[in-house]
Write a protein that binds this ligand. Structure first.
Ligand code: FE2
Length: 378
């Protein structure tokens, strides 16, 4: 794994057996030391603060010993071993992908060419590999169906319990999605809804939504999902300046549809990390508030980009549609995948229950299962 190491007072250069080289700074190595005085041996948490590391830290020795790099730091005169595989896994001396608007690792964007990924209720409850595959699909594609579930109210709470916790909001632990008289939200009508992300007026937004079907005999009411990351990729290809405007200025979102509630957020429609990775989409015509953070001379171009993104989202070639049967549900990554529904009316009924949950819990559960049930060990 490790072939050679050279050093100067501030940097160690490691050569791996495959011929690649990686440089590591003294301050970085000391901060990430793996010894039990730096890292708690049980939970792995760091025991030192940045201030505990001498500002004048230097390297006085660095050599290969077996499969590890041994580094001695001054003025502590402390020697720490770093396994070669750990150094290879944590190398930062590489070309960093800083493509503006790129998607992150493990994300696959899609349009109408894919079949909805799906899990089976019984399987995901009894088989760790089936649960892993269902969670992995949500992580990769941003949505998945779950079929074959019970048709009792509140079954959706069991879906959330498969990987995490319900996020309770002013709508309650869950909400009823069916036609109401004097609705507090247009979701509770038979109107069609343009594809949207939920609750962009909340900060942070709920990062997952579960919609669970209990009755669906009405005419229409099909569900449609659209990959917001794919839509943004299309906008970036067709109108890079427009993409930069939607990513570069905050939009405003607001909800005050019921007593005692006034939710407001100031966030962009396309959110990027500081190094340009796409990390979130907020798109919701019903709860957009007046945009007041876009400069006057850019407002028309901003609106043109907003219109163009809306046209891409509305393009039937972008959406995957399905009609949920009782006992079926779907889960969306609400930071990425938009959902829509066709209008419904006539005889019959449509009753869904919805709730929010969070992606950190889902990804944590997925990572823990992947460690316990790696794909190759199926
Ligand atoms: Fe919604």
């Amino acid at each position: 794994m490790l072939r050679n190491a050279t050093f100067d007072p501030s940097v160690v250069t490691v050569e791996f057996t495959d011929g690649t080289r990686s440089r590591f700074h003294a301050i970085w190595l000391r901060d990430n030391a793996l010894d039990p005085e730096t890292r708690a041996s049980g939970n792995g948490q760091r025991l030192i603060t940045i201030g505990d590391i001498p500002a004048d830290i230097t390297i006085s020795a660095a050599e290969i010993a077996g499969d590890a790099l041994q580094v001695t730091f001054l003025p502590e005169n402390k020697t720490v071993a770093f396994p070669g595989i750990w150094l290879a896994d944590h190398s930062y001396d590489r070309d960093h992908n800083v493509t503006f608007g790129r998607t992150g690792p493990g994300i696959t964007t899609w349009a109408d060419e894919i079949d909805a990924p799906s899990g089976d209720w019984g399987q995901v409850h009894s088989n760790a590999a089936a649960k892993r595959d269902w969670l992995a699909a949500i992580a990769e594609y941003g949505f998945a169906k779950l079929t074959g579930g019970p048709t009792e109210p509140e079954s959706l709470l069991q879906v959330a319990n498969l990987f995490g916790y319900v996020r309770e909001t002013n709508y309650g632990p869950y909400f009823e999605v069916r036609t109401e008289v004097n609705p507090t939200n247009l979701a509770y009508t038979g109107l069609g809804l343009q594809a949207h992300t939920d609750n962009p007026y909340r900060d942070p937004v709920p990062t997952l939504q579960i919609l669970y079907c209990l009755e669906n005999s009405a005419e229409g009411g099909d569900s449609i999902v659209v990959d917001g990351f794919r839509a943004a990729e299309r906008l970036r290809a067709e109108n890079p300046d427009g993409f930069a405007l939607l990513a570069g200025y905050p939009a405003r979102f607001e909800y005050k549809g019921s007593d005692g509630v006034c939710l407001r957020a100031r966030r962009p429609m396309i959110e990027l990390s500081p190094d340009g990775e796409m990390i979130g989409i907020r798109f919701n015509n019903r709860s957009s508030a007046p945009f007041v953070d876009v400069p006057f001379d850019k407002m028309e171009a901003y609106y043109a980009a907003y219109r163009q993104l809306g046209e891409i989202i509305d393009d039937p070639a972008m959406g995957v549609s399905f009609k949920l049967e009782p006992g079926e549900s779907f889960i969306v990554d609400n930071t990425r995948v938009l959902h829509a529904r066709l209008g419904y009316s006539g005889a019959g009924s449509r009753w869904l229950q919805g709730c929010y949950a969070d992606k950190d819990g889902l990804l944590s559960t997925l990572a823990a299962i992947e460690m316990a049930v790696p794909e190759a060990a199926e």
